[in-house]
Design a protein around this ligand. Sequence first.
Ligand SMILES: N[C@@H](CCC(=O)N[C@@H](CS)C(=O)NCC(=O)O)C(=O)O
Length: 236
Amino acid sequence: MASNDNAAQDGSRFQLYGCWRSTCTHRAILALRFHGVDCDYHPINLTAREQESPEFLAISPDAQVPVLVFGDNVLTQSLAIVSLIESLAEGSPADLGDRRLFPVDPEAKARTITICERVSSYIQPMTLPGAIRRSIRTHFSDQDDGTFDRQAKGFIDAMLISNLGLLDAVFARSDGPFALGRAVSAADIFVYPQLLGARRLGLDLAPFPHLSAQAEAMAELDFVRAADPLALSDAP
Ligand SMILES: N[C@@H](CCC(=O)N[C@@H](CS)C(=O)NCC(=O)O)C(=O)O
């Protein structure tokens, strides 16, 4: 596991284990950049199954990224990581004001988490053909004539299209390019990496005009540029 060392600016020290093509890692980096926090980035090569190596399993037995280590704490699950980053920023001397990923208003906060959940539960798992293919094959199939891969791709595309359609309808009700309007929230940092991932899978986003507008608006923001996964040390 290689390491890319950057000193934390606020005196904290975060170790982030991730992978350039992991949308969940991208969420964590977006949250760190949003709050202007740096980290030491440790790339885990998912293609080489480095997440299953004894060294990585000793850090996190979940065999998944992202993993955020700070002090004695080892955190998995990007929603928990994003929430922790915001809570720690809240505790720092600077007043967050409106610059929050999770709105203070309870109803807006719940809507934010609803969108994060749709991405986490119904979309992101579908964009991991490697993990899905491996586990379905292990349990149900020993065929390798290409039928399985064609069926898996059809299933993945159908799930993606229906869930992106549901999200597009949510964004259609917003009065700005972002999920909740003109200010970025955690919902946006969950949705944006998925849109990049869907494009990588060859999916046309044109049928989702509100999501396309969000992707364009996000790409213009400084903190999003600073979190570009293609700038990570393990990116191709
Ligand atoms: N719900 C978890 C999902 C984590 C996850 O699925 N990570 C992927 C990369 S995005 C992974 O590590 N996959 C390992 C594999 O493909 O074996 C989160 O939000 O952090």
